[in-house]
Design a protein around this ligand. Structure first.
Ligand code: ADP
Ligand code: MG
Length: 247
């Protein structure tokens, strides 16, 4: 299997506080990788470092390497807009633009100089399993959709840019169980085309969607491997304690 994205000896500090410690990880193409671990262990920070969201925090300092298709993403000549187009992000709280459903898709397309016609919008909405629910009223403000629909719209907005990787930070934690299962179904469908990294607090969710699971604790990767192995035969006591709820 080909590794699409690789982090090597990654360390990250916010001011004097080290938040990521010697992270070594490979994200394989067309696989779902789940990042799990207690609050504050660095999951979101690791996820955000993968598309250089840290450029937004002046106090962040990073060492080590992250390579996308073998090319270092923190090099000066890497165009961040292009990188974030290739490595899309979906957040915990669905954050559609305060615009119509249609414009939520076309906005990013236009910024990235991509064709923003009706067929492209339809394709993105279909790919995110939301087209049937919204096709009759694409002018409706996105904020009037349900939470689950808003999150699928945000996924549509990300896939419209034809990314290679989709990063998802607890995409279901604000959703009800039915909406959550719909997103999980969608993730199964999306991985045929994309490489997916998902942060989740939901152990069942990790087991349902992830091929590989990574357990983090205090900024370090304690254990990573095949999801079935991590949950059924964890090698470290800390992992065992966490997945059995003794934390
Ligand atoms: P998780 O997603 O696993 O809950 P985070 O990656 O959000 O953890 O946070 C890891 C650690 O980094 C926490 O101690 C958090 O307080 C700290 N942190 C996160 N973002 C910042 C920031 N912008 N400035 C300073 N500290 C931060
Ligand atoms: Mg987080």
């Amino acid at each position: 299997m080909k590794s699409k994205l690789v982090a090597e000896h990654l360390n990250l500090w916010f001011g004097s506080k080290q938040v990521l410690k010697n992270i070594n990880i490979e994200f394989e193409e067309n696989k779902v990788t789940a990042l799990i671990g207690p609050s504050g262990c660095g999951k979101s920070t690791l996820l955000r470092s993968l598309n250089r969201m840290h450029d937004l925090y002046p106090e962040a300092r990073i060492e080590g390497q992250i390579k996308l298709d073998g090319r270092e993403i923190y090099q000066k000549d890497v165009e961040v807009t292009d990188l974030r187009k290739r490595v899309g992000m979906v957040f915990q709280k669905a954050n559609p633009f305060p615009k119509s459903i249609y414009e939520n898709i076309t906005y990013g397309l236009k910024i990235n100089n991509l064709l923003a016609d009706k067929a492209t919008v339809q394709k993105a909405l279909e790919e995110a399993y939301i087209w049937e629910e919204v096709k009759d009223d694409l002018k409706k403000p996105a904020t009037r959709l349900s939470g689950g629909q808003q999150q699928r719209l945000c996924i549509a907005r990300a896939v419209a840019l034809r990314p290679e990787i989709i990063l998802m930070d607890e995409p279901c934690s604000a959703l009800d169980p039915v909406s959550t299962l719909k997103i999980e179904e969608l993730i199964h469908h999306l991985k045929k085309k994309y490489t997916i990294v998902i942060v989740t607090h939901n152990m069942q969710q990790a087991q349902r969607v992830a091929d590989k699971t990574v357990f983090m604790y205090l900024g370090e990767i304690i254990e990573q491997g095949d999801t079935h192995q991590i949950f059924n035969n964890p090698q470290h006591e800390t992992t065992r304690n966490y997945i059995s709820g003794h934390f």
